[in-house]
Design a protein around this ligand. Structure first.
Ligand code: ATP
Ligand code: MG
Length: 356
């Protein structure tokens, strides 16, 4: 446990309570799904043409960071096709037999949602290849030399796979998806629409400026936008007249230590330490982590990706560097020895960009 464990701006869902609220806020049809214009349009074509031909559509892969709408879109796909949705996930499939059990009970046309598909066990993966391509699996019965493979036909189905790490999917698996939708971060304008919509569903009165304020601090992520909205609503109800105005949103998010760029305490601690203690770097990850009392992994996985994306921190061969934007954001003056502008050119961010 660390003092940064509870993160208002963390990408992942925070347990059962948040999941219930998310279910209520999920758009149900493609037309209600905000943003991701290109994915939505392409997907709409795939689905319509399948419906028109009376066939199951190609398998669909959805890739993108946590909270960007992969699960939501999987549910929408089933709804648009008028088919039931079966949900499972990579970690739940430990053996090929687990997958065979799911596949063999699918009804024709059913949509199978395989979340975190990159975490599926290898033997199951190979079974999935065959199922996706030929709607057939080989079920191995027995062990050793006496083992036999019994071929089993399965009903034509549509697989919707979701992954936060498209780069981690083996090529043969990726190739078997007829359509890949890459979900990007949302613009402030799109998030504003999402916040307005969620406020309506939660019966929260919000002004346009209030929605804009929440949207701009949400790190491009609908899940975070919805979470901040709920905290701001609490504040407006208890300290104000219940209306989420710009002032209420600002005061609430200041209280929760989420700043104008959506940085929280951990993010700012990392930047501040980098600048105040190490003159802006370069400094190694572990040294930086120790200076904020965190595990290197936490700093690297939890704080850095967003800081890098915002152009506030750069990873260079010699260590972490605060960019000029970071000095400006924290209102500090860089010493003459600080690494100069252009540091981002040496960005060695090793998490590969998701393929288009
Ligand atoms: N385009 C959107 N329009 C409106 N709301 C959205 C949109 N995308 C996501 N949301 C909302 O954000 C929340 C999180 O979305 P979702 O669960 O689909 O994300 P995810 O990509 O599956 O995340 P994870 O990787 O953690 O599984 C949901 O409550 C959903 O209502
Ligand atoms: Mg999901």
């Amino acid at each position: 446990m660390s003092e940064y464990d509870e993160r208002l701006v963390g990408g992942a869902a925070e347990g059962p309570e948040e999941q219930v609220i998310e279910a209520a806020l999920r758009p149900k049809r493609l037309d209600d799904f905000v943003g991701q214009e290109r994915v939505r349009e392409q997907l709409s074509l795939v689905l319509r043409s399948a419906l028109r031909r009376g066939r199951t559509p190609d398998h669909v892969l959805l890739s993108g960071g946590p909270g960007l709408g992969k699960t939501t879109l999987a549910m929408i796909i089933a709804a648009e096709l008028g088919q039931p949705l079966r949900i499972t996930s990579g970690p739940a499939i430990e053996r090929a037999g687990d997958l065979a059990a799911v596949l063999s009970t699918l009804a024709e046309g059913e949509v199978l949602f395989l979340d975190e598909i990159h975490r599926m066990a290898r033997p199951a993966e190979e079974m999935l290849y065959m199922a996706m391509e030929d709607f057939r699996v080989d079920v191995v019965v027995g062990k050793g030399p006496g083992a036999t493979a019994i071929p089993l036909d399965i009903a034509p189905f549509t697989l919707v796979g979701a992954t936060t790490r498209a780069g981690m999917l083996p090529g043969p698996l990726r190739d078997r998806f007829g359509f890949t939708g890459h979900m990007d971060f949302y613009s402030a304008a799109e998030l504003e629409v999402i916040v307005q919509r969620s406020a309506r569903l939660l019966d929260v009165e919000i002004t346009d400026e209030g929605a804009a304020e929440v949207a701009s601090r949400s790190r491009g992520t609908p899940r975070i936008a919805n979470r901040l909205l709920r905290r701001v609503r609490d504040y407006a109800e208890v300290r104000g007249d219940g209306v989420v105005t710009r002032e209420a949103a600002r005061a609430a998010l200041t209280l929760y230590e989420v700043d104008e760029k959506g940085l929280d305490r951990l993010d700012r601690a990392v930047l501040s330490s980098l600048m105040r203690k190490f003159g802006g770097g370069p400094v190694g990850l572990s040294t930086l982590a120790v200076s904020v009392g965190e595990e290197p992994e936490t700093v690297e996985v939890v704080a850095e990706p967003f800081l890098v994306r915002q152009g506030l921190l750069a990873r260079t061969p010699r260590g972490r560097i605060a960019t000029p934007a970071a000095w400006a954001h924290l209102g500090l003056t860089p010493p003459p020895t600080a690494p100069l502008a252009g540091a981002a050119l040496f960005d060695l961010d090793d998490t590969p960009d998701e393929p288009e």
